[in-house]
Design a protein around this ligand. Structure first.
Ligand code: MN
Length: 254
């Protein structure tokens, strides 16, 4: 499976030279237990097309927003505890995490408790993005990315800047910052637009539909949204289950 590498890749990956793509991603997960994609189908696509991005709201041990940018056949990933801010004066911490497979961008559901990242995952925003540099590789290595998002919630120009001393290869801390442009505002986007762009669901509704920990998931939703759900349960946004969804009947799991 690792032997299809000789094909020249689109760009060098200066981030972790010598490491097979997705090795860390796969090492952390048991694909017999989680419905997250294994990335087996990952690879560079030959057809030129816009690069995709996704932000997944993830109520794991802590709530965070995973920002993922497609580059060189994988999704470069950062965990943003407070989520993005449209206010250019606000810098949001973004911790670099392992690359994810491209198929991960479509993942919404429940990771079983006890597994890596156990909790509820929502596709909070998605779309395409345009990097300012034609080759993102050197920009990632340098720790300074500029890009424009064309999402359903997020638009306009953004920056990701690595913090810490220059040349500090080990620093996983970055800052996510909105540039000043027409899409900048002081609206609290994470509170005002809390639902999935894929299914319209809140975290609690995803957990209800897919056998997750509803109480835990609900702590990631805005309290007033949960209140109106409790007052009128018919508002539950349900969606047809995908045929290939796997159900984990974790008996006894909280
Ligand atoms: Mn996460």
């Amino acid at each position: 499976m690792a032997s299809h590498e000789p094909r020249a890749r689109r760009a060098a990956r200066p981030k972790r030279p010598g490491t097979p793509p997705l090795a860390e991603y796969r090492r952390k997960r048991d694909f017999a237990r989680t419905t997250e994609p294994s990335g087996a189908a990952a690879g560079t696509r030959k057809r030129p097309r816009p690069l995709s991005f996704v932000i997944q709201k993830h109520r794991a041990s802590h709530l965070h927003y995973d920002l993922r940018l497609e580059w060189d056949g994988v999704l470069l990933s950062w965990a943003v505890p407070k989520g993005p801010s449209l206010d250019p004066s606000v810098k949001r911490l973004a911790m670099a995490v392992e690359d994810h497979p491209l198929e991960y961008a479509d993942f919404e559901g429940v990771i079983p408790e006890g597994e890596y990242g156990g909790g509820t995952v929502m596709v909070w925003d998605r779309g395409t993005y345009t990097p300012e540099d034609a080759d993102m590789g050197p920009a990632v290595a340098k720790g300074a990315l500029k890009f424009s998002l064309h999402g359903e919630k997020l638009q306009g120009s953004w920056a990701l800047v690595r913090t810490g001393r220059r040349g500090a290869e080990t620093s996983r801390s970055w800052l996510l910052i909105k540039h000043r442009d027409a899409a900048a505002s002081t609206h609290d986007i994470v509170t005002e637009a809390p639902r999935s762009v894929k299914t319209g669901r809140l975290l609690a509704e995803i957990a209800i539909d897919e056998g997750g920990d509803v109480t835990k998931a609900a702590t990631g939703d805005p309290p007033d949204a949960i209140q109106s759900l409790l007052q009128d349960p018919t508002r539950l946004q349900r969606r047809r289950r995908r045929k290939r969804a796997v159900w984990h009947s974790n008996a006894g799991a909280s």
